[in-house]
Design a binder for this molecule. Structure first.
Ligand SMILES: Nc1ncnc2c1ncn2[C@@H]1O[C@H](COP(=O)(O)OP(=O)(O)OP(=O)(O)O)[C@@H](O)[C@H]1O
Length: 574
């Protein structure tokens, strides 16, 4: 686990830091340079930052420089020692710099008569110097500085399969998660379905936590409530009928590692109490056991429900909610909220769906047929994507060419299933496009003429606008998006024609009543969309333009008054 080393002759700064930054792990205090050197020799790799005091009231033999003979021989030895004590931190910093040039150090002092500013450059400390005032210990500002430095130390290489993109908001989120990952406290991840909550927990938080144990994930929405206790906490033989053997729970398996609880809102109130005990005291009791077990896990929970609301409604324990550290909850943005970065997201996900599996085979076949470079074992084709034909080919790159309208269609689509849906649509897009190209080598693209120069280029694959339209159509027809924007009881359409509805449900309403209400709104909105032409509605819904009568009957059954609808339609008269 990465930690912060404190070098200080007193406990003052350690206490301050622990109080204001409980999420970090502090080592020390080392009381002198010699102490600090021992700790660093043992665990330099896990120490990411040093907080260093300046004034050290320590015995003469512990003061730097080790060889003080010459210094003390001149002038007043008492005054020399006093000076050494008052600025000992700077000597320690000097030594640290020589031995560990990249180790970030924040110098902390309550004294303002030291020429820290002047020394800062020599000591490479300008970024790291922080003056604490005697009366007003600005711990919050220190915290900001600590977090800034730790975030800069975040690995810059690829962090794995979670794609962060280039938007500033995502870098901020990444920094925040890096810091939270390193700390001891639990983490709440919020976000719509498919925004990568599980992925970020598994591929980012756990690897960045520095915890050597395993990552264990449990989706609480898929486990029957009567089995949840045993699954989480384990069970002893004979605890209930059918418990023929003792079994460990995921908590035991995650010991020393990370426990990811997906859809935490599904945890029963009783199990919430047990989880609270784990968080507070690191203890739990397997089902049927009288003995308690001890565990050390980092708990990460995910939800797309509003936990605060659940607390208000009495469905989630307030004490557990508070213990889950809601002040630092992280919300992963939806794909709609990442539109500014759409080009990069498109390129990342398209590249990903082109590598490996069936699409990878198709890609290789395509490259072979067209005499392009064919990736070998462990090699990958580069994929780029844009609305224009790139000026010159690159030997290992395939370029996906999108018509500007198709690009816009993809960019503006609501993507209610977020990245899961995005990836699936793009994967199908690549499959359909490549199958057609591989099966019909000589295929002349009907829309190629729109992309000047593309026809002659084997490295440019044109994505047909109709393929995109066909792939999005089922979602467009079904999606009930933008419900919150829709006015009560009315259907509204967004730019893709997706219908947003808000259904008012009375307590005790049957499922049938709810689905009839949805169907009614959908039919009404289609009626308006097709300007009252029921044949068109039938053609769209049933692929049968002669079935207008059927649609009319259904509308009657649902209590829709066609005459009133006609009057309400813009330009419909009345
Ligand atoms: N930022 C991302 N980078 C790469 N892939 C992503 C990203 N976000 C989501 N995905 C992909 O989207 C899919 C869904 O991700 P994941 O299961 O983590 O979402 P989730 O938020 O946990 O969804 P749910 O709430 O439905 O459980 C996965 O295939 C994942 O690889």
């Amino acid at each position: 686990m990465p930690s912060i080393l404190i070098i200080d002759d007193e406990d003052k700064y350690l206490e301050l830091c622990k109080r204001f930054m409980p999420e970090h792990d502090f080592v020390g205090p080392a009381r002198s340079y010699a102490d600090a050197a021992k700790i660093l020799a043992r665990s330099r790799r896990s120490i990411e930052l040093v907080l260093l005091d300046v004034h050290f009231d320590i015995p003469t033999e512990a003061l730097l420089p080790e060889d003080k003979g010459a210094l003390l021989a001149k002038g007043n030895p008492e005054r020399t020692l006093e000076r050494l004590r008052r600025s000992q931190g700077l000597r320690i910093l000097d030594r640290l710099r020589k031995r560990y040039p990249d180790l970030p150090v924040i110098v902390m002092t309550a004294l303002d008569d030291l020429p820290l500013e002047a020394d800062a450059e020599r000591l490479h400390a300008e970024d790291y110097t922080y003056l604490l005032d005697d009366e007003y210990l600005d711990a919050r500002a220190l915290k900001v500085q600590v977090e800034g430095i730790l975030a800069r130390a975040v690995r810059t290489e690829d962090d794995g399969p979670f794609y962060w993109g280039t938007a500033a908001a995502m870098s901020g989120l990444r920094r925040r998660l890096t810091i939270l990952a390193r700390g001891q406290l639990p983490i709440i991840i919020q976000g719509e379905t498919g925004t990568g909550k599980s992925l970020v927990a598994r591929e980012f938080i756990h690897p960045n936590s520095g915890r050597a144990g395993s990552f264990m994930a449990v989706d609480l929405s898929t486990i029957p409530s009567e089995l949840m206790g045993a699954h989480l906490f384990g069970v002893v033989k004979g605890a209930y009928t059918g418990a023929n053997t003792s079994r460990e729970g995921v908590l035991a398996k995650a010991h020393g590692g990370t426990l990811f609880l997906d859809e935490i809102g599904n945890l029963s109130l009783e199990l919430q109490k047990s989880l609270l005990l784990v968080l507070q005291e690191g203890r739990y009791r397997p089902v049927g056991s009288v003995e308690e077990r001890v565990t050390d896990v980092k708990v990460v929970v995910a939800t797309n429900e509003n936990l605060a609301q659940m607390v208000r409604e009495g469905r989630f324990r307030e004490d557990l909610y508070m213990r889950l550290n809601p002040a630092t909850a992280v919300t992963l943005p939806s794909l709609r909220q990442r539109r500014d970065d759409f080009q990069h997201l498109l390129e990342f996900f398209l590249s990903r769906v082109c590598q490996g599996g069936y699409n990878g085979d198709l890609m290789r076949q395509y490259a072979e047929q067209r005499g392009l470079w064919v990736p070998g074992e462990g090699e990958e084709l580069e994929i780029s994507v844009s609305r224009k034909v790139p000026s010159k080919p690159s030997p290992r790159r395939i370029h996906m060419l999108l018509h500007p309208n198709s690009y816009k269609l993809l960019q503006d689509f609501a993507w209610p299933g977020n990245f899961r849906q995005f990836e699936m649509v793009l994967s199908n897009l690549v499959t359909f496009t490549l199958v057609e190209l591989v099966d019909r080598v000589e295929l002349v693209e009907p829309e190629l003429d729109r992309f000047e120069g593309a026809a002659a280029r084997a490295d440019v694959i044109v994505i047909q606008p109709r393929t995109i339209r066909d792939l999005l159509r089922p979602f467009t027809e079904l999606a009930l998006v933008g419900a919150s924007e829709a006015s009560a009881g009315e259907g509204t359409r967004d730019e893709q024609g997706a219908v947003g509805m808000r259904v008012r449900v009375q307590p005790g309403d049957s499922l049938n009543a709810v689905s009839c209400e949805v169907e009614r709104q959908y039919l009404e909105s289609l009626y308006h969309h097709f300007r009252g032409d029921l044949s068109e509605v039938a053609g769209f819904l049933l692929a049968d333009g002669d079935a207008g009568r059927k649609v009319q009957l259904r509308m009657n059954q649902l209590g829709i008054k066609l005459r009133e609808l006609k009057r309400a339609r813009p330009g419909g008269g009345g």
